[in-house]
Design a binder for this molecule. Structure first.
Ligand SMILES: Nc1ncnc2c1ncn2[C@@H]1O[C@H](COP(=O)(O)OP(=O)(O)OP(=O)(O)O)[C@@H](O)[C@H]1O
Ligand SMILES: [Mg+2]
Length: 229
């Protein structure tokens, strides 16, 4: 269970999160839907302890995230940033995906197996030896995702995972994500993907959760309109 209580994040005069609260059961796939500037990316950064919350709390499977528990909490969390350039940092694709595994001192033969498997899953073996900063936008997104998923974190925070992907890569991604049993929050403007992947939805507006329920809400035109979509 992911429990978010009254989370607030302020950037100077802007309240990017203004008392966001939600309870998300383990294993649930939840779409976070809201207009530009609603606070979706800030929410993910606050859960991962990257954006400083001025109040509120986040608990992951009973572990309340505090400066003391942040390291342990981060092990559970896999965050895909909205901009892959914020994520990728090793010069070569293979090393970028392998980074978190090597950081845990995984034997190199096992690293090779896991990186190979995730690249195959995305049909992206051809990218392994490429320079990360020379990849196309969609290629970067796939590599960033591979780097997040390869470690199998129990809580996935995916910010616009389908943005920039071609139709085939998008289908592969939706299939891959739907086969995972991890708890997943997916911030997206891709309502078709949200409906295909997620069983529940939280609408966010001006930093607050304004509606939540089953995926059928994604077809509620009046609600979408009211949420500024
Ligand atoms: N580092 C920052 N400094 C100042 N303001 C910020 C910063 N990051 C976000 N904001 C502001 O906080 C608000 C929420 O931004 P956020 O990126 O969370 O929105 P979003 O819902 O992810 O939007 P989008 O759909 O465009 O990705 C916006 O008004 C944004 O301008
Ligand atoms: Mg965003």
């Amino acid at each position: 269970m992911l429990e978010i209580l009254d989370l607030r994040v302020k950037y100077e005069a802007i309240a990017a999160l203004d008392g966001f609260r939600a309870k998300i059961p383990s294993g649930a796939k939840t779409a976070i839907i809201g207009p530009n500037g609603a606070g979706k990316s800030t929410l993910f950064k606050a859960i991962a302890g990257v954006a400083p919350a001025s109040s509120g709390s986040v608990a992951i499977d009973g572990l309340t995230v505090t400066p003391k528990t942040l390291r342990a909490a981060r092990k559970k969390i896999g965050i895909l940033f909205q901009n892959p350039d914020d994520q990728l940092f090793m010069p070569v694709v293979y090393d970028d995906i392998a980074f978190s595994l090597r950081a845990e001192n995984m034997p190199e033969s096992e690293v090779e197996e896991k990186v190979g498997e995730i690249l195959r899953r995305f049909g992206a073996e051809r990218l392994a030896e490429r320079r990360t900063h020379k990849l196309s936008g969609g290629e970067k997104r796939l590599v960033a995702l591979a780097g997040v998923l390869v470690r199998r974190p129990s809580l996935l925070l995916l910010d616009e995972p389908t943005s920039g992907l071609d139709p085939r890569a998008r289908r592969t991604l939706v299939k891959t994500l739907s086969e995972l049993s991890e708890t997943m929050l997916v911030a997206t403007h891709d309502l078709d993907m949200a409906a295909a992947l997620c069983g529940s939805v939280i609408f966010i507006r001006e930093g607050r959760a304004v509606a939540s329920g089953g995926a059928e809400l994604l077809r509620d035109g009046e609600l979408l309109e009211r949420c500024g979509l």
